[in-house]
Structures are given as C-alpha cells and as structure tokens.
Design a protein around this ligand. Sequence first.
Ligand code: NDP
Length: 510
Amino acid sequence: MTLQDVSTPAKTGAPADRPDTFDSLNPRTGDVVETYPVMTEDDVRAAVARARDAATWWSALSYDERKVRLNAWKGVITRRINQLANVIHEETGKPHGDAVLEASLAIDHLGWAASNAEKVTKRRRVPSGLVMMNQAASVEYLPLGVIGVIGPWNYPCFTPMGSIVYALAAGNTVVYKPSEYTPGVGAWLAATFAEVVPDHPVFQVVTGLGDTGAALCRAGVDKVAFTGSTATGKRVMAACAETLTPVIIEAGGKDPILVDADADVEAAADAALWGACSNAGQTCVGVERAYVHTTVNDEFMGHLLANASEIHGDDSADSKIGPITMPSQIDVIRAHIDDAIARGGKAVLGGPSAVGERFVQPTILVDVPEDSLAVQDETFGPTLTVARVQDMDEAIRLANNTRYGLGSTVFAGKNGMDIASRLRSGMTSINSVITFAGVPSLPFGGVGDSGFGRIHGPDGMKEFTYAKAIARQRFKPALKLTTFGRTEKADGQLTQLVTMLHGRGSTMEK
Ligand code: NDP
C-alpha cells in the first residue's frame, strides 16, 4: 500500500507540534509497516466535500445498481482474502487464521447488506388508523448523505465494515478514519472499493491521529459511527453536539459468561477460554468474567485450566495468541491483575509474571472482589475472572452489576433463554460464544457505557437513514379536522369516535 492510495492531504503545513506523517508498526517486531499522512482539518473537510458530491450520484443509483457494485467489491475482497489477512496480521499482530476469520465475517455482512438494502429501506405501506382512514400512509428510509466512520484497531476490518457496508448499501457515501495503529487495513479496503467504483469517491479513507478523528466529527458529516473506547466516545459525542451531528457509539464491554448447573461444562470452558483469550483478549465482546454454578465449578475449572495451559502467546508462526497491539494497554492489564491480587484474588494460571513486554499469557483469576478493577473495568487482555455462584439469580445479579452492557454468553440446559433475557446486554449467545456478531441480520450494540445505536441487520442499516413518512389523501374525509372551517358538529363527532375507539379498557379497573 502506498501513500497515493489514500486521499492526498492538502499542503497546508502542520503546526510545529503535529507531525506530517505517522508510521504504522508491526506490534510483533516493532518494524515500520508503512508511513501515512496525518491529515489536517482542511484535508478532512475536502474529503467530506468530495463525498457530498459523490453522494448525489450514489444515492440516485437504483437498488440493483448499488447491489451490483457492492457485490463486485465483495468478490474482490473474497478473492484477495489472504492479502487482506496479511495486512491485518502485520498491523495488529494477530494470527493469520484469526485475520482470515475476521475478514470472512466482514464479507458475509457485506453480502447481507447488499442483498437486503431494498427490503429494509424501500417504501412500504403502514396502517393509517380509523381517524385518518382516508389517508394512504407509507414510510421509506432515505440515506442521510455522508457518514463519518471512526474505527478501532482490534478488529480493523470487521468492526468498521459493520458500519461502512450498511451505510453504503443504504445509499450513503463514507469517509473513514481508521485507528492510527491500523491505517493500512482501512487504506486497503478503500483502494479495493475504488477499483470497483473508480469514478466517484464514494468510500474514502482519511488517515491520522486522534485529531483527524476529531476533525471528522466537525466536518459537517450527516452522522458519525464511532467504535472505540468509552472515554473517546464521550469526546466524539461532545464534538458532534456542537453541530447537532448524530452519533452511534459502539464502545467497550466487560462481558460475562454464565454457566448453569445443567450446562455442557466442557463446551462452556472451551468457549470461556476462546472468548477470553482469542485476539489476546482485545475484543470488545470478549469474555472477561465467568459466573459458574457451584455444582459444576470444579469441573469447569478443571477443563479451563487444562486447556488454558496449552495456549501460549509468542513470536512463532503457529502461536494462537498474538501480541498486545497497543503498547499502553500492557500497563492496564498489569494494573488489573495486580489490583485483583492485592485485594485477595488468586491467579490460578498466569498472573503478574504473565505480562511481558509485547505478549501477555492467559491469566485466570479467582476469589477476586466484585468491585475490583478486573471485574468492573475493561481489561482488554487475555484474562478471565471466575466466580462460583449459588444459583443463576446470583449470577445474573453479578453479571448485570457493571456500567457496561455489550455482549454476554450463557451456557445452560433448560433455562438458557430465560437467563439470556434477564441479562442487561445488547447481545447474548446461548451455548456458543460471540456468535451473535456473525449473524448479519442481528443488531449489534450495547447499553450503558457500552454505547448506543446499532450496527448490523435492519436496525443497523436504518441508523444510516432517516424515516420519510408520507400521508397521501385518497378521498375527502367525512370529518374535516385540519381546517379553520371545522364545525362544532365535527368536534362532537370526533369526540364520539375517539370515545368509541379508546374510551373502553382505558381505566385501571378490570
Ligand atoms: P480509541 O477510543 O482509543 O480510538 C478509537 C478511534 O477513535 C481511533 O480511530 C482513534 O484514532 C479515534 N480517536 C481518538 N481520539 C479521538 C477524538 N478526540 N475524536 C475522534 N476520534 C478520536 O479505541 P481503540 O482504538 O483503543 O479501540 C479499543 C476500544 O474499542 C475498546 O474499548 C473496545 O472495547 C472498543 N471496541 C468496541 C467495539 C464495539 O462494537 N462496541 C468493537 C471493537 C472495539 P487514533 O487511533 O488515531 O487515536
């Protein structure tokens, strides 16, 4: 990937304290993967202006015309999936196989969005009700215009594509600011899209540091879809508030797994380990806490420890755990483990010595107080706290006792659905882990400090649209209501009609 593949920055000159370029690094080796421009506020505004022009063309295409182009892009990505996985692998350090999995899921979402845009957004009739029975009522979902997408580094393909492809399929153009740790993945995606849609800048990438993201919030886009930490999400929201720009905030999580007495305990332990340690624990919907029924806790711990002790993160090509991508996260992981142990917790695997310079080894903590950092704050490392509970009521109470509410996992026999519905989280998988993210028709997003708004599925696509309601008069009304010529007789008839429709059954009496 070369510098020419991203939108060219304007030569406005950078302030003394801001560099003109930045390096994307390989976190396994520290080597420079590529150098990218730090785009200025002017660059970002210019990209948004180009996107606005392109939106006129893109939104005027028919559903089929957009679908053909999106499917062509899907074909290019699919045929070059190994190339994309290499870029992901180089910039994040994650194993190549994990990068292929990430790209595959993004491709599946792209296919769903392309195929379902018409069904989700096209005009449809809705009932007009008895009072307005002379009206034909209908609603359609129109594109907002230009969407600003700001993405994280941990799933630099899957996560932003969850916004980008739904926004494009709904008829918007997109300006995407990737994380400074993974600009190459963003540039690769935009470059391949431009091969399919060469004449109009429908999907552009602007590279840079946090300031470039902040500039995107202020650049006059019609909505910002942000994925990242809760702290940055608050800054994004504050910046967007200045111009009443709407936002979706997909922020962090502290996801629990609950294991009931009648669960498949071996499968639960396998899921808990993968949920906690895959991607070195750097997963917004990664499992960070386990609440296990006392009758199966020992069995669960046996399987968990046996499996976890087989997993090791290192430089080797067959390592199942990559490095911690963002160096500063190492300190957060260490602080959480130290705090847990200082407060009476025990590391039954790993612990402080598991935290290296680039890699962190799986760490299982027990007897950790529920108000400690390792239970309350997002750790974003390959760690798991395990707590024994007397029953699932206790498990649900503890699981819900954080300010986050992103995903959750339940392993149970007969009560799985009941437990899942009582968990305060945007998504739950029962008897599998994180699978909700791979089902394109399911909405993805959280509550509380995990953010608001949804990506994926019909709900996620509608986030990038506005509802356009039309009431068309089919015949003259018997009751003329919306005129100064309304008579007392009409008022009386209206009262009679409303009383007939709503008068009964509207008291607390049975
Ligand atoms: P950050 O919040 O640090 O950064 C996210 C993005 O925001 C980056 O592109 C960053 O740019 C940009 N940014 C930084 N400052 C600003 C600003 N002032 N205004 C606008 N944009 C800004 O998150 P991470 O990249 O560290 O990602 C990890 C976090 O993302 C975790 O908390 C994780 O849980 C969450 N996440 C949530 C998901 C979800 O769907 N709910 C999915 C995946 C991750 P730069 O990198 O250049 O600083």
